[in-house]
Design a protein around this ligand. Structure first.
Ligand code: HEM
Length: 521
């Protein structure tokens, strides 16, 4: 071996030893703080199974939870990064609500200096988040959802036509992957209500919008790695200047929004969509919470309420609406249909309720019809218990302080994680947790349970801003489909869904293939 090679080999060995020593020390973080912890390994911490693609991040968090369910919290690591996993519902309540001020960040990737998309409501923290949340909240009020309802109805016409034509063409019965169909339907809705653009995904499964949606959620290595790092490895993203989304997705949305903004401003176009409201905010106004109406200048509170949105900020917000709004609702729709296909007695009750409500409202599907479906809503809630579209929540300690109700001192910047999927299936809160039973969500049953063991939309001031819109979308899809067809499992579909170990949002490995049979009229 030449002296140069010997030198290089020594340097590499030295570097490896230094990295190993760093990890060994970093991984004693919780031990040094006397926090109960699950023993980590170098270099993946407690998430080796996730990094190696064997168990998704929420599946691994659930596994850590059930190994330590008697502990109110445990110290874990993603790579060398400490992550405090909370189990006790009282501590979770304090963090999400009462002590929110000190835990208002998500601790996820946020760096607009090289990744402007990261400057979105989901990722922001502190006063900037609060200011943006105040500005955007009226966009999701009941009045605004009623205002957008016609757009949602228009999209459901395409879904209805697709189903009616397909059953007719196939002699009254046919097979469809409802996961894909629900994704196309929710892509149409969200692109209309967010951008005022007809994505045409119902008619054209290869539409640009649908392709972009697939690109952001497909279970490939690139997407999985970006998602994992976005949530758990913000520092690594920043260090290597990795963007949250592939460059072509970024470019597609940025170009589209700037063209739309320029066109609407030049032609004074007003549309019933979120972009319209964001353009108003860009031009210095606030928006009234109830309906389209004129800008509500009386709401100005004198300080930051009058700060204008920039075009980049608009892009970040509409993109996060698209992202947060389409996969969550389509996942919920398709898993609800899957469970109803498995349990015909529950399906019958949902259909009977839909029929009765349609009769009561003269066959019209308007906002009031959709809000008059309590049993269907309970079925949806039960679906989100078993398959929470956002299966964990994160928060960040914004100051050095105690973990609520304990004497554990948290450093500023400590990441906290709430394993929603695990809480939703813990037998101490949910007897027979695997059983699909909408009656878990009667008013009495809900009152009897700790509210923090069911968190499909999160809780506290950062609760999902699109919750009402999301539920309207899911109910609209169910009404449109089940008023026309019944559903049953297609041959070969497993009775217990196998969930992909590569995705953060629960994705069934076998898809959601169902048989749709035209209902006798
Ligand atoms: C079934 C449908 C949906 C589910 C299950 C869902 C779930 C969630 C969850 C769990 C959070 C985090 C809450 C927390 O940290 O406490 C969240 C945040 C958020 N969601 Fe949703 N979501 C849904 C639909 C939507 C829709 C339709 C939109 C918009 C079009 C939307 C936009 C957002 C945004 C912008 C945030 C960030 C809020 C903030 O940080 O202030 N979501 N969602």
């Amino acid at each position: 071996m030449t002296p140069e090679l010997t030198y290089a080999a020594g340097a590499v060995l030295g570097l490896c030893a230094a990295v190993y020593a760093y990890f060994r020390y970093a991984l004693t973080y919780w031990q040094r703080r006397k926090v109960p912890f699950e023993p980590p390994t170098v270099p993946f911490g407690n998430y080796a199974a996730t990094v190696l693609g064997k168990r998704s991040m929420p599946q691994q968090a659930a596994s850590l939870y059930f190994q330590n369910s008697e502990e109110p919290f445990i110290g874990t690591f993603f790579l060398g990064i400490p992550l405090l996993q909370l189990h006790d519902p009282d501590i979770i309540r304090q963090v999400l609500t009462k002590d929110f001020q000190d835990f208002n960040g998500r601790g996820i990737h946020f760096d607009p200096t090289y990744d402007p998309f990261s400057a979105n409501l989901f990722a922001m923290s502190g006063p900037a988040w609060k200011n943006m949340r105040v500005k955007l909240s009226p966009t999701f009020s009941t009045g605004k959802i009623k205002y957008m309802f016609q757009t949602i109805t228009d999209c459901s016409v395409f879904l209805a036509e697709h189903i009616t034509e397909s059953v007719k063409k196939n002699g009254g019965q046919y097979e469809e992957d409802m996961r894909e169909l629900a994704a196309r339907f929710s892509t149409d809705i969200i692109s209309s209500v967010a951008f005022g653009v007809e994505s045409n995904s119902m008619k054209n499964p290869n539409s640009e919008f649908r392709r972009m949606g697939q690109k952001t959620f497909e279970p490939c290595l690139d997407v999985s790695a970006r998602q994992l790092l976005t949530f758990l490895g913000a520092g690594i993203m920043q260090f290597f200047r990795i963007r949250g989304f592939p460059a072509d997705v970024d470019k597609f949305f940025t170009n589209m929004v700037s063209e739309l903004v320029a066109y609407r401003e030049a032609n004074n176009v007003e549309r019933a969509d979120m972009l319209n409201l964001l353009i108003k905010l860009k031009n210095g106004g606030s928006v009234s919470p109830n309906g389209h109406g004129p800008e509500d200048k009386s709401k100005a509170n004198g300080d930051d309420d009058r700060i204008k949105l920039t075009e980049k900020q608009i892009v970040g917000q509409v993109f996060v609406f698209f992202l947060a709004g389409f996969e969550t609702t389509s996942t919920t729709t398709s898993f609800t249909l899957y469970e109803l296909a498995k349990y015909p007695d529950i399906q019958e009750k949902v259909i009977a309720e839909i029929d009765a409500v349609l009769k009561k409202h003269g066959g019209k599907v308007d906002y009031d019809t959709i809000m008059d479906l309590p049993y269907t809503e309970m079925a949806i809630q039960e679906t989100m218990r078993l398959y929470p579209p956002v299966p964990f929540l994160t928060r960040e300690a914004m100051v050095k302080r105690q973990l609520p109700t304990t004497d554990v001192l948290l450093d500023k910047g400590t990441r906290l994680m709430i394993p929603v999927q695990a809480l939703h299936t813990d037998p101490q809160y949910w007897p027979e947790p695997k059983k699909y039973d909408p009656l878990r969500f009667t008013e009495e049953a809900k009152k009897a349970r700790h509210p923090m063991v069911y968190l499909p939309f999160g809780d506290g001031p950062r609760i999902c801003i699109g919750m009402r819109l999301g539920l309207v979308q899911v109910k609209m899809a169910l009404v449109t489909i089940l008023s026309r067809c019944t559903v049953s499992l297609a041959p070969g579909m497993p009775f217990e869904a196998r969930i992909s170990p590569r995705c953060i949002v629960p994705a069934p490995i076998d898809g959601c293939r169902l048989i749709l049979t035209a209902r006798a009229k």
